[in-house]
Write a protein that binds this ligand. Structure first.
Ligand SMILES: *Cc1c(COP(=O)(O)O)cnc(C)c1O
Length: 325
């Protein structure tokens, strides 16, 4: 056997195996991702260092000002966000409303649609890859309208890879279904999703939805951007959310807990039922009938998620666990 075969596989050149063979340290980008990768490549020792987002880059101007006032130094030391309870509820809410208005203005300019700032607004934006199931919430339009009529509006964004035909078809399905519920549950799909759009979109919605087929979401960093801006996650237990989720405290889960490790673990029906049920029975009532309770979850997203899931913590871990050993 040649050297390259020993390093990269006997029959075909496996680039992953080549990288694994030539690396002094290997890690997944969330605990679960590490475990799944370890199962795929049992011959290598695979660790896990969970991804993070850069706090100053991803905090909206409204929250930058707020954090500067109450938690000076937070940008260099995001752990200070753990003291978010020092910020009065009204000021958290005002900052959020500012970010929401800033997004809605952009939506009106680019699409002509005027959304209602008083309505619970769900955000979903990421690459349009089929495993992320962007169209899941539209599976039962009757139920969506029954639950969300007058109470919900949705903001979507995301491009498919140019060669990903199923991903493009998923966007077409969403647009088509959106037209069918026009005037009942308002949905906008923003074009050309990129970091600039994300900068406005993520902090400007009330709830961040993520419903991939587990365990395919390696990390899911957009949820960390949301948490940083007091936008709670409503997500399948996969990637970073397994580590960041405390039910009803930092946000909400969708579907069963993350115990399975098989690669075709599609619980679509179970996930969908849980998604609709929790929206109807837990999330919508909390938003409209208990604003103080809602703001508590917003604060916990900042104080229990964002204080930890950031690049400062992540880089320290890379330095101490991977680079200097
Ligand atoms: C953060 C971000 C992503 C990643 O989103 P995930 O939910 O982690 O897949 C993708 N695209 C843009 C433009 C982003 O800002």
């Amino acid at each position: 056997m040649s050297l390259i075969q020993e390093l990269a596989g006997k029959d075909v050149l496996n680039m992953t195996m080549l990288a694994l063979s030539l690396s002094g340290y290997v890690n997944g980008v969330a605990k679960k991702h590490g475990e799944i990768s370890q199962n795929l490549f049992p011959g290598f020792e695979i660790h896990a260092i969970t991804n993070g987002v850069h706090t100053f880059t991803w905090a909206s101007p409204y929250f930058v000002n707020l954090f500067d006032d109450y938690l000076p130094g937070w940008a260099h030391e995001p752990e200070l966000l753990v003291r978010v309870d020092n910020i009065p509820d009204e000021e958290i809410w005002d900052a959020h409303c500012g970010a929401k208005a800033y997004l809605f203005q952009y939506i009106e300019e680019t699409t002509g649609t005027k959304l209602d700032p008083d309505i619970l607004t769900i955000g979903f934006a990421r690459r349009s890859a089929t495993y992320k199931r962007g169209d899941l919430i539209f599976s039962d339009l009757e139920r969506l309208v029954r639950i969300g009529g007058g109470k919900l509006q949705l903001v979507f964004a995301g491009k498919a890879h140019p060669n990903d035909e199923p991903g493009k078809l998923m966007i077409q399905r969403i647009i088509k279904k959106t037209a069918q519920i026009k005037g009942k549950v308002e949905v906008v799909y923003l074009e050309n999703y990129n970091m600039e759009v994300a900068y406005r979109l993520v902090p400007g919605v009330d709830l961040w939805l993520n419903n991939p087929i587990r365990p395919l979401e390696a990390s899911g960093t957009s949820g960390m951007k949301a948490a940083l801006n007091g936008v709670p996650n409503f997500s399948v237990l996969d990637g970073w959310w397994i580590e960041g989720h405390i039910e009803g405290i930092t946000g909400w889960s969708i579907g069963p807990p993350a115990t399975e490790t098989s690669l075709d673990d599609n619980h679509a029906a179970e996930d969908l039922a849980d998604l609709y049920n929790k929206l109807e029975k837990v999330i919508i009532p909390l938003y409209y009938a208990d604003r103080t309770g809602w703001i508590r979850v917003m604060k916990n997203a900042i104080g229990k998620n964002a204080y930890y899931f950031n690049t400062h913590v992540m880089m320290r871990r890379y330095v101490t666990e991977a680079y200097i050993r």
